[in-house]
Design a protein around this ligand. Structure first.
Ligand SMILES: [Zn+2]
Length: 253
């Protein structure tokens, strides 16, 4: 039985690692999307700025055309002032001159404020472009890093699955079945070490009689509270196997 428990401990360790690698692989695309979002916001800001500038420039061209038309109208009006045949006609021509003057002034005002706006927008373009470039660099580096860690996790998981199959094949079917059932019901954590009389996963105490039995290490036992398969990690069976010692230099003088 102690061999089976050792195998279960190794299996649990491997399953926990596999779960971590799967998590890294699953989080990769989420992190990437978050980083992309930041870059997209800056790109949209830059695009909006350029669209504003283009709109501003188009309106200025229109205004210049409209002002030129009004200047022609003004010249014609001045000729008509000289040729007015009576007072009534003269007043009407003067009235028109006044209207043209008001319209021209309004176009000039609009043109001036558009030029001021264009100047401000022009000044905003270089920092916006710089921020975009900088964020694009950060994003690309992050994307490479995420891609690398996801790929590494997938490879590690694949390799672990080979080792996992070996472990599961070496376990009796009923013990493996019990491990898998508990793992399924307990979020992947089927095993629980018991130290100081406490189940180290659910943190509740194990009755002394059960703890005595556990220390014999000859049966598969469960935590009475969380139902996980328990073991006593301080048992000599679970101590790391002593490595063959290197010959000490000191011993040879
Ligand atoms: Zn427990």
């Amino acid at each position: 039985m102690k061999e089976n428990i050792r195998t279960l401990i190794a299996l649990q360790k491997l399953d926990n690692q596999i779960a971590r690698w799967r998590q890294i692989a699953a989080e990769g695309p989420v992190k990437l999307a978050q980083a992309r979002e930041k870059l997209t916001v800056l790109e949209e800001k830059q695009a909006a700025l350029k669209a504003n500038l283009a709109g501003n420039s188009q309106r200025r061209r229109e205004l210049e055309g409209e002002s030129a038309d009004l200047v022609s109208k003004k010249a014609i009006n001045q000729t008509r002032q000289l040729k007015a045949k009576n007072n009534e006609e003269y007043r009407a021509v003067l009235k028109e001159a006044e209207t043209i003057g008001i319209q021209l002034a309004a176009k000039e005002d609009e043109l001036l404020s558009l030029m001021e706006e264009a100047e401000k927008l022009d000044a905003e373009v270089p920092p916006a472009e710089e921020a975009c470039l900088e964020e694009a660099g950060i994003f690309e580096e992050l994307a490479r890093e995420i891609e690398r860690s996801v790929q590494e996790s997938l490879t590690m998981e694949e390799q672990s699955q080979v080792a996992r199959t070996k472990l599961t094949e070496s376990l009796p079917r009923d013990i493996l079945g019990r491990y898998l059932t508990v793992a399924k019901n307990r979020d992947g954590q089927a095993l629980a070490p018991v130290s100081d009389g406490l189940c180290q996963i659910c943190r509740l105490s194990v009755p002394p009689q059960l703890f005595n039995e556990l220390q014999r290490n000859d049966r598969l036992l469960s935590c009475p509270n969380c139902a996980r398969i328990i073991y006593w990690p301080e048992h000599p069976d679970f101590k790391p196997q002593p490595q063959p010692e290197e010959p000490s230099l000191e011993a040879h003088g």
